[in-house]
Design a binder for this molecule. Structure first.
Ligand code: MN
Ligand code: MN
Length: 315
């Protein structure tokens, strides 16, 4: 009798989690990219504008979402990087497509809502938009900040599966509202294609290394291999710190700790690195303590929008 029971137990099917379908994997990564962006923003904001030395002195290793920083944030609160992304995403969902004018109006409404922080280039060109109604800022070699790159995730999601030309057109539509600059464009387009690649599960991180290498060959974009500490808001600096952290680590947590402890524009490097790492490693890789710490309403908005944008893209 005992023998029979043992035999049955041994032959019982193992109750593993069912293997997720390709669509479930894709949506998981879209969600992880959006939550990664918000988590990187909330984590990095605490140490924004500190140098690595100041971080070591004041905190040690910065590894928890605690709020504070020069913006005196509540723990889990996010900044312009996330809230501008959400404003852009909402405009795309309302419009049913990426539209420069709708994006400009959404950013303008966002600015009227007195955000906790706002970049100089963003403010200047949104005030210009109010005067002219033209959703494309004049081209300027000085507008090479990271303000367009920090909020591009909704484009990557809404354009998922579309030809690269369509994606690039949409990228410029949103970016040029405030940053009409060749270096910013090159960075935005590379980041969007990387997010899309990573979401589709291209195992080979080498594909992304090549994309990164191509960007770095863009005239004006070259940077040396030297470690970029204290990255500024200049897009080349930002990308250097993000790529160095993303390609030198193998999971979400290490990637974000690596980038935010470099200080400087840490909420933005955190947001961009978090977006890439989320798209690459998926929801399971995001530490629970960070998911829990993120402001609940923000977390819900990011999740809802990630799924809605993927539905709009036909997935
Ligand atoms: Mn910010
Ligand atoms: Mn910032």
């Amino acid at each position: 009798m005992l023998w029979a029971r043992e035999l049955i137990a041994r032959n019982a099917p193992v109750r593993n989690r069912p293997t997720p379908s390709p669509r479930e994997c894709l949506l998981d990564k879209a969600k992880a990219a959006y939550l990664g962006l918000a988590i990187g923003d909330a984590l990095g904001a605490t140490v924004e504008f500190l140098t690595p030395n100041e971080i070591r002195h004041q905190i040690g290793i910065h590894s928890d979402i605690t709020g504070g920083g020069w913006l005196r944030l509540k723990a889990g609160q996010v900044t312009d990087d996330t809230t501008m992304s959400l404003a852009l995403g909402k405009s795309i969902l309302t419009q049913g497509s990426v539209d420069a004018k709708a994006a400009a109006e959404a950013f303008d409404a966002w600015m009227r809502g007195k955000p906790v922080d706002i970049g100089n280039t963003v403010r200047r060109n949104l005030i210009q938009f109010r005067k002219t109604g033209n959703p494309a800022a004049p081209a300027s070699e000085h507008d090479a900040g990271n303000g367009a790159a920090m909020r591009l995730l909704p484009i990557a999601l809404a354009c998922y599966g579309q030809p690269p030309e369509t994606t690039i057109f949409s990228s410029r539509a949103q970016a040029h509202v405030t940053h009409n600059n060749a270096l910013s464009d090159a960075a935005c387009e590379t980041l969007i294609l990387m997010v899309q690649d990573l979401m589709s599960g291209h195992e080979a991180i080498d594909v992304e290394r090549e994309r990164a290498a191509t960007l770095v060959q863009t005239p004006g974009f070259a940077y040396d291999k030297k470690r970029c500490d204290n990255p500024s808001g200049y897009i080349v600096d930002t990308i250097q710190a993000v790529f160095q952290s993303f390609f030198a680590t193998e999971n979400f947590e290490d990637c974000l700790m690596e980038v935010v402890n470099r200080g400087g524009d840490a909420d933005t490097t955190g947001a961009i690195a978090g977006m890439l790492a989320g798209a690459c490693y998926g929801m399971d890789s995001i530490p629970k303590r960070w998911l829990k710490a993120l402001d609940e309403a923000t977390s819900q908005k990011c999740t809802d929008q990630a799924l809605a944008l993927m539905t709009l893209a036909g997935h």
